[in-house]
Each structure stands twice: as C-alpha cells, then as structure tokens.
Design a protein around this ligand. Structure first.
Ligand code: NDP
Length: 260
C-alpha cells in the first residue's frame, strides 16, 4: 500500500489520468491513486516503460500519448474515456526541463518547451473536460514548479511555461466556477527523478565533484537544502483529490522545504 494513498478506497471506480505516468512524480501519483481504488490511465511516449509500470498494479492502464501532438492527446484521452469513463481526476504532469543562458536560447528550443509544458497541459485539460458532463465532480491538477512562482536563471523558457500553467488553472477555476471541478497547481522544488539525475553528469564535470557532490549542488536550490522525494508531491496530489479539498480551487502549493 502506498504510504500516501490513505489506506481507504476513496477513489474506487473513478477514472484518473496521469500524463507522464511512466516515471518519476507521475508514476508515484498514479500508483497511489490506483491503490486508493481509481482506474488510472498512465500516458507517455514510451510504450515499453508504460507497460512495465502498468504491470505493477491491476488498476494501472498504459496508453501511448504524445502531449506534443494534438491528435494524439484528443484521440488518446477520448479512447481512455470510452474504456474507463469520464476523467474524474486529471494530473497534467508530463513535462521536460532544458536550460541554458537566455541569449543562447533558440526560438526552436523555446517553442519545444512551450509545446510540451504549456500547450500539452492546455490540450490535456481540454480533452479531459470534454469527457465530463455538467454534474460530474472532477479534480484537475497540474505539476508546475517553483519555477512557476519565481524566476530561475538559465531556465527562462521552463520558468515561463511553468508560470503559464498557473495562469491556466487560475483562469479555469474562474471559468468553471459553477461546475463541481477544481483546478490546482503543485509547485515542487528539486525532486530526485530523471529530470534531476540527468543533470548530474554535467555538474560533476563542470564543478569537478562526485555524484553526491553534484546532488548536493542541486539540493541547494531547495530551501532546506535536501532533494525532495516523489512521495512528498504525491501526498499533496492525493490531498487535492480528497473530499476535504473540494473547496480548494485556483491555488498553487509550493513544496520546496521553505518559502520560495
Ligand atoms: P520525468 O522525466 O521522470 O517525467 C517526465 C514525464 O513526462 C515522463 O514520464 C515522460 O514520458 C513525460 N513526457 C515528456 N514529454 C512528453 C511528451 N511530449 N508527451 C508525453 N509525455 C511526455 O521527471 P519528473 O517526474 O521530475 O517530471 C514530472 C513533472 O514534474 C514535469 O512536468 C516537471 O517539469 C515537473 N517538476 C519536476 C521537478 C524535479 O525536480 N524533478 C521539480 C518541479 C517540477 P515519456 O518520455 O515516455 O514521454
């Protein structure tokens, strides 16, 4: 039993969709939702990775879906809804992180980040909302970042994309005020996942440190100077999906060991 799934089947029978559910934060949230009773569609581009994760729990269902591709998102979410019902919980988690100095950032690199991190969330939420009728309760969550609430050097497109999704949930929380749907963002600091692990070799070379030294350099970006673990993000996501959070709407929750 996932330690954050609460041990009760609060989400029994609900269909949840987690983009990027084959790894890192998305995988952990997906497993917790499945253990809380939800039928969880996990999406991503890598069929083999998704299949291996789906094999970990009978309520996890793999669906190849590229959030960079409009048809893939619309068709993928529509197919999942036909198979398992309206999307009652939608976690728009798929994202990429690439950095570099602003003056060296090409328009193509800028657009790539926006396509995945911002347009991908727009498409995911729009397709998930299309699966719902006016009475159905739902929770929409996006994984933003501390880069969604403050600037980060050498990560301008990433920060802009993560600020953008906060604008999206704030706007949607107003537009859907009469519907039983909430829209919220989680803003983690640095979490020990592939996004962080992929940065280690470059830091080791640049600062002539070993792997632990490189990890410590990244951890300095969190206020308590520790890397976060995925279950800390999952705990907040599970709370946002709980009945007790039904009036929490249009909010951002920072998870970064201190004030951002
Ligand atoms: P991972 O790299 O493990 O997860 C990213 C996921 O996104 C992968 O499963 C990947 O699946 C999926 N993905 C990427 N591009 C696409 C695409 N075009 N279409 C569909 N799926 C895609 O890293 P994390 O778990 O850390 O990242 C999850 C989210 O958390 C991201 O939005 C990230 O920005 C955010 N975040 C992460 C932080 C961290 O420190 N780790 C801090 C703050 C926020 P596949 O490759 O199979 O397509």
């Amino acid at each position: 039993m996932h330690p954050k799934s609460g041990g009760i089947m609060e989400h029994a029978g609900k269909h949840a969709l987690v983009t990027g559910g084959g790894s890192g934060i998305g995988k952990d949230i997906a497993i917790a939702l499945a253990q809380a009773g939800a039928e969880v569609t996990i999406t991503g581009r890598r069929a083999e990775t998704l299949g291996a994760v789906a094999a970990e729990h009978p309520r996890l269902h793999a669906q190849v879906m590229d959030v960079d591709d409009e048809n893939s998102v619309r068709d993928g979410i529509a197919a999942a809804a036909v198979a398992r019902g309206p999307i009652r919980i939608c976690v728009a988690n798929a994202g990429i992180a690439e950095g570099g100095p602003f003056e060296e950032t090409s328009l193509a690199a800028w657009r790539k980040i926006m396509t995945t991190n911002l347009d991908g969330v727009f498409l995911t939420f729009q397709a998930a909302l299309a699966s719902l009728d006016a009475e159905t309760q739902a929770r929409m969550i996006v994984i933003s970042s501390i880069a969604g609430v403050r600037g980060l050097k050498n990560a301008i497109p990433y920060a802009v994309s993560k600020h953008g999704v906060i604008g999206l949930i704030r706007g949607l929380s107003e537009e859907y005020m009469r519907r039983p749907i909430t829209f919220n963002a989680l803003c983690p600091g640095y979490v020990e996942t592939d996004i962080v692990r992929n940065q280690l070799p470059g830091l080791m070379k640049r600062f002539d440190v070993d792997e632990d030294g490189a990890r410590a350099l990244i951890a300095k970006g969190n206020r308590h100077q520790k890397l976060l673990e995925v279950d800390e993000i999952t705990a907040a996501a599970i709370w946002l999906c709980s009945d007790g959070a039904r009036s929490v709407n249009g909010q951002t929750t920072e998870i970064s060991g201190g004030q951002v």
